[in-house]
Design a binder for this molecule. Structure first.
Ligand code: MOS
Length: 704
């Protein structure tokens, strides 16, 4: 029996990516391609009084200029997450209102990119301007709406009574700032119409079939007339699930001018027009007995959305799964400010939520003089406290214990400022990690060919996470072929519906469908092994044995709460004189159910930890308070970690296949790695220095 699942398989797409032969959206070569450049608002709140495009239109090479005065035709989509979804409900160029700095107010099309960009800067705009609301401080908050049909506020027991009876109490406010997804591949689109009624879109999207339906609705077409091509994404992190206004506008303009059109966002435009993670302000209140049993938990969250759509950073979603208390109260509020629309960003809710909860748990552990690992073991929730469902699998205690063992946690001095090395203060910290297990329906086509290779085809895609390799490994396992003999095609709407690469669910959705399709191929060929199947195939004279199969969730989520768990342990060194901090050691232990590919799974955790270190220490999108425009120009002005900032990250998986969840037993691993990272670092900083930092990012000025 060939054993591929669970071993470390090299990336199928690795060579294409490092040799530059992987084709990303903007790189597709289309004859007759023309180039669009966005005109964006330089105020954050007001109206366009006049817009003069005459100089731009006269520039050599300019083909057309679009503004709200001559918007291209677009239909409003249903925008309901099921059929279709655009990130911003307001359609581009729909009126003269400006809701945020950098909002798209026009598009200039020319024969070259440089001429389009040059002409875009010649568009003259006069505004009537009102004072913008930038930032959480001045905003007016209301209860957040339902999040995917679930209330974010919740109460069980009586928090006030529980807190009054507690011996040890913590009350603290934790803040995060506006963060940017900053994928390596910029947002870009090529829209190519054929005969005016068929559209091909080359655009990085995490949801091929949803995006297909959305573009179809935007132009009043049946879905089959729209093709989405997205074989590779250069990172997405939640910012490439649905079309943004630039994509909607590009496709509409391409139809009107009857030319294939490419629009690529500059890094600066991406700061306003392609999503971000909202800043948050969270108050955590914990009440416990003298021996550390939690009696009361309250979690109050504020985040912001844009004037043109609603997105809540759903931090309270995660609170009921973490720690059990008889009295639990959750409050989640939202305000409208003059920024572009925030959206899903790697572990939306869980990430800032755990920053607050896991910092507060550390503060409680110090107050009670308890080991923070012990405090967590004592209070871990055995069921989802809002859904009243048991976890299908947990192994959180094992993550904590194995992590503590690997890190050497038992040698931790129990005083702050008690470890030094080379004249620097050393601190150790830990935090929990968690992310829900989700999956969607997926369909996969499998083909066995007479040359002994197999092809696996689905629209589901790989945003850099390792899906190509996970699919290949699963097919190799079931068909009994070497993994090199499996070729995988992903990311095209002509292929069977593979679902969404988001919410860490692509693996959990695709693996059962790949298994089903490959089993079906063996059945079709009347064989138990690929060898017999091949012999039968060669005898039959057919071109291939082929099967298409689907797998979808049933009603198991009525019986179980599916959740992945983990623990991070880290060491920091702090040079107090200059406020320099270095993360020097990292251990992560995770239970994600069945690990399909040990190599890419560990890479996902490492990527999450690295992104978490960026969030903890560096990342912040600043805004000009008067114009509201982000003061971020490129990847040099948005700081995130480089190699020298990152230690070796030791990743270990524990637990067993979660077969209550799906036949492959895998829960996915795209997002869990980032959760808890910033808290683990803050907790280590406290151990090193005695200083508790509750505002991200923890920059040198806060350490001094
Ligand atoms: Mo993820 S934030 O669902 O891409």
């Amino acid at each position: 029996m060939n054993k591929v699942i669970g071993t470390g398989v090299n990336r199928q797409d690795g060579k294409a990516k490092v040799t530059g032969t992987a084709t990303y959206a903007a790189e597709h070569q289309i004859p007759g391609l023309v180039h669009g450049y966005l005109v964006t608002a330089s105020i954050a709140n007001g109206q366009i009084k006049s817009i003069d495009t005459s100089a731009a239109a006269k520039t050599p090479g300019v083909i057309a200029v679009f503004t709200h005065k001559n918007p291209p035709k677009i239909f409003k989509p249903t925008n309901n997450f099921i059929n279709s979804k655009i990130y911003e409900a307001r359609l581009p160029l729909s009126d003269n209102q400006v809701h945020y700095g950098g909002q798209i107010i026009g598009l200039v099309v020319a024969d070259t990119f440089e001429r389009a960009r040059d002409a875009a800067h010649l568009v003259k705009v006069e505004y009537t301007s009102q004072k913008p609301l930038i930032g959480i401080k001045q905003a007016t908050f209301k209860d957040a709406p339902l999040f995917f049909g679930e209330e974010l506020k919740f109460e069980k027991g009586n928090f006030a009574t529980g807190m009054a009876n507690a011996t040890a109490k913590i009350e603290a406010t934790y803040k995060t700032v506006t963060e940017l997804h900053a994928p390596m591949e910029p947002h870009a689109i090529i829209a190519h119409w054929q005969d005016g009624d068929s559209l091909t879109i080359y655009e990085p999207t995490q949801w091929v079939k949803g995006t297909q339906r959305t573009y179809a609705e935007l132009f009043g077409l049946p879905s089959e007339r729209v093709r989405i091509v997205t074989p590779f994404l250069g990172g997405a992190f939640g910012s490439k699930v649905f079309p943004w206004p630039h994509g909607v506008l590009a496709a509409a303009v391409a139809r009107q001018i009857k030319r294939p059109l490419r629009v690529v966002l500059s890094r600066r435009q991406m700061t306003a027009n392609a999503g971000h993670r909202s800043e948050t302000e969270q108050i955590i209140r914990l009440g416990a007995t003298a021996d550390g049993q939690l009696m009361a938990i309250a979690h109050d969250v504020k985040s912001c959305t844009s004037p043109v759509d609603v997105f809540t950073e759903p931090c309270t979603n995660i609170t009921p799964v973490m720690y059990v208390a008889p009295n639990l109260r959750l409050k989640q509020e939202l305000a409208v400010i003059n920024l572009g629309t925030p959206t899903f960003m790697r572990a939306p809710g869980e990430n800032p939520g755990l920053w607050a909860i896991e910092s507060a748990m550390d503060e409680l552990a110090w107050k009670l003089q308890l080991d923070p690992v012990e405090l967590r073991l004592k209070n871990e929730a055995k069921e989802h406290q809002r859904r009243n469902l048991p976890f299908s699998a947990k192994n959180f205690a094992e993550c904590l214990q194995v992590g503590a063992e690997k890190f050497g946690w038992k040698d931790r001095p129990k005083q702050v400022r008690s470890l030094t090395r080379d004249g620097k203060l050393i601190g150790w910290g830990m935090a929990a990690s968690t992310f829900p297990g989700s999956r969607g329906a997926a369909t996969v086509k499998a083909r066995l060919l007479p040359d002994g290779t197999a092809h696996i085809l689905t629209s589901g895609n790989d945003m850099g996470t390792g899906a190509y390799t996970v699919v290949a490994a699963t097919a190799a396992e079931v068909l009994g072929l070497p993994v090199e003999k499996v070729r995988v095609e992903l990311g095209d709407s002509l292929l069977p519906d593979g679902g969404l690469a988001g919410g860490s669910q692509m693996t959990a959705s695709l693996v059962p469908a790949v298994m089903a399709a490959c089993q079906q191929v063996l059945k079709t060929s009347n064989a138990k092994t690929s060898q017999e199947a091949l012999t039968n195939l060669q005898k039959s004279g057919k071109a291939a044995f082929e099967a298409t199969a689907s797998s979808a969730p049933g009603d198991e989520s009525k019986k179980w709460a599916f959740q992945s768990w983990g623990a991070h342990f880290c060491e920091v060194s702090v040079d107090e004189e200059i406020g320099r901090l270095q993360v020097t050691r990292w251990v992560s232990v995770m239970n994600i159910g069945q690990v399909i590919n040990a190599k890419t799974a560990a890479s996902q955790v490492r990527g999450g930890v690295i992104m978490g270190i960026g969030q903890a220490l560096m990342e912040e999108c600043h805004f000009d308070p008067s114009s509201g425009y982000p003061v971020i120009y490129d990847l040099a002005t948005y700081h995130f970690p480089a190699h020298a900032d990152i230690p070796r990250i030791q990743v270990t998986f524990v637990g067993a296949p979660d077969i209550n969840f799906n036949p492959g037993g895998a829960r996915g691993v795209g997002e869990i790695g980032i959760t808890g990272v910033s808290a683990a670092i803050a907790n280590a900083i406290y151990h090193a220095t005695g200083k508790r930092i509750r505002d991200l990012p923890m920059t040198p000025d806060k350490l001094l």
